[in-house]
Design a binder for this molecule. Structure first.
Ligand code: UDP
Length: 484
């Protein structure tokens, strides 16, 4: 079935955004929805009931401000893969459940098609996450232009695109240098930078490549001054327009927006976290968080705690609910929290990360190198300690450490696609943690130079998003290109 044709003149812009149901994907696309709506575009943001509940206050704010965004809830078929009804986000499951989760997601095809057919304004385009290849069929059936949104760095998108040409390689131990790259990057078949590089994922990975190959254009959460050389190469290689529209986090200007972003639970922690930060010296605090999916086992948490304590610098450390076993709980409440009460604040569960990073007391970020976390850090002029855990994080780290010189690497090298709690290969010893913290938060010339460079990068990031900046203009041109 095809949509009724409308003439260009009476066509109102209606962009349909379809994020992956994971925090690192939903959050930037929600920001993008707001940026498009502020330019007068009608936006439908497709998500599921649990995810909509998390961002309910954001939805309410958009409605109160009369922004033309419709948050559409399509039921996620969790029960079909034996998950509880409200289980609709990757942060609610273990890594070994990822594949069935991704596979069952494509059953939203029919409800999506019905929504699009029933909507009073025909869809001008679909912007769909790179991990949602199922949307390609719907777009094709309804003759709607489709753009792929990639969450990771452009360097990762470029590596991923170039590794897709390596299919002839069958010897897993054989090293190759990734072709057509401005950096020399060595990989073998086992650790190549490919999101879905694991047995069983072959069909899904091919669908993802095909959906990228057949897309009309690409949208990236990055900006020209940050990744110019990779953007040019990726655009040339893939042979279609690449719109860089970030850093999207800069859409959020006031404390409340920053705290609500992604999960209303952030607002509940806002007061305690910001009050604690108020009591600290400017630029003195290290913020430690590993995103929404990476989980550490108890031993590694204790090792990290020992390293932080030994470094003797103020810190805020986020420990996820899923990491708090009875043993970890005992260690935290009966031992560690008491020992470091003058030095640091330990937060359990979701925190308002953007509000924390933008507080003047924060001076550095120990991160797992999720691309959103990196952009949020750079947007606030904060250098990083890098500890990648899985997937694109190893490649994103190269942007921070090797390309920009804005990070102290903890040296984890494994490259695996699925987060693993007991992965020994990303283990870091307490002494290395202590040294990295001393280095980043210290007064040596190297640390000072990183701070200066990070501050300059934050200025560039802000300029990119302001009127006349590269990302601002790209959003204008993206809308124009779709409406023509
Ligand atoms: N985040 C947050 N509070 C938390 C944990 C994460 O606000 O307690 C946000 C963080 O600011 C970022 C996103 O969740 O916007 C995580 O995305 P990222 O790409 O950094 O990592 P992922 O979760 O995808 O591994």
């Amino acid at each position: 079935m095809t949509l009724p044709m409308t003439s260009l003149s009476d066509k109102k812009a209606h962009f349909v955004l379809i994020p992956l149901v994971a925090q690192g994907h939903l959050i930037p696309m929600t920001d993008l929805a707001h940026l498009l709506a502020e330019r007068g575009v009608d936006v439908s943001l497709i998500t599921t009931p649990t995810n909509a509940t998390r961002i309910q206050p954001v939805v309410q704010r958009s409605t109160e401000s009369n922004l033309p965004i419709q948050f559409v809830e399509l039921k996620f078929p969790s029960a079909q893969i034996g998950l509880p009804d409200e289980c609709e986000n990757l942060d609610q499951i273990d890594g070994n459940q990822f594949l069935p989760f991704f596979e069952v997601y494509n059953q939203l095809k029919d409800p999506l098609e019905q929504y699009l057919l029933a909507h009073h304004i025909p869809a001008s385009c679909i912007i769909s996450d790179g991990c949602n290849p199922w949307t390609a069929e719907v777009a094709r059936r309804l003759c709607i232009p489709r753009l792929v949104f990639h969450g990771p760095s452009c360097l990762f998108a470029l590596c991923n695109y170039n590794t897709s040409k390596q299919d002839h390689l069958t010897d897993y131990s054989k090293q190759f240098v990734l072709p057509d790259m401005p950096l020399t990057l060595h990989f073998n078949k086992e650790n190549e930078p490919n999101s879905f590089n694991a047995p069983g994922w072959e069909k899904f990975r091919d669908d993802v490549y095909e959906a990228e190959r057949t897309a009309d254009a690409i949208v990236l959460n990055t900006f020209e001054d940050l990744e110019r050389q990779f953007i040019e190469l990726y655009e040339k290689g893939i042979g279609k327009k690449v719109w860089t529209v970030g850093p999207l986090n800069l859409y959020n200007k006031d404390e409340y927006s920053k705290s609500l972003r992604g999960n209303k639970l952030g607002a509940e922690k806002q007061e305690i976290v910001l009050n604690w930060l108020e009591s600290q010296e400017p630029k003195s605090v290290l913020y430690i968080s590993f995103g929404s999916l990476a989980r550490k086992n108890g031993l590694q948490l204790m090792e990290l705690g020992s390293g932080l304590e030994a470094a003797n610098k103020p810190f805020i450390w986020v420990v996820k609910e899923a990491e708090i076993t009875p043993e970890v709980d005992r260690w935290l409440s009966e031992d560690f929290e008491k020992r470091v009460q003058q030095q640091g604040l330990i937060c359990r569960g979701w925190v308002p990360q953007l509000a924390i990073l933008s507080h003047p007391s924060v001076g550095g970020f120990m991160t797992h190198c999720g691309w959103n976390s990196i952009l949020e850090s750079l947007s606030q002029g904060l250098p990083m300690i890098t500890w990648p855990h899985f997937s694109d994080q190893f490649t994103n780290e190269k942007v921070v450490v090797d390309v920009l010189g804005l990070g102290v690497s903890l040296g984890t090298e494994a490259l695996c696609w699925i987060p693993a709690v007991d992965d020994e290969t990303i283990w870091v010893h307490r002494d290395d943690i202590e040294k990295a913290v001393q280095k980043l938060m210290g007064e040596e010339e190297e640390a000072k130079s990183m701070r200066r460079k990070a501050a300059a990068m934050a200025d560039n990031a802000k300029k990119a998003m302001e009127q006349g900046g590269s990302s601002y203009d790209n959003i204008t041109r993206l809308i124009e290109s779709i409406m023509q």
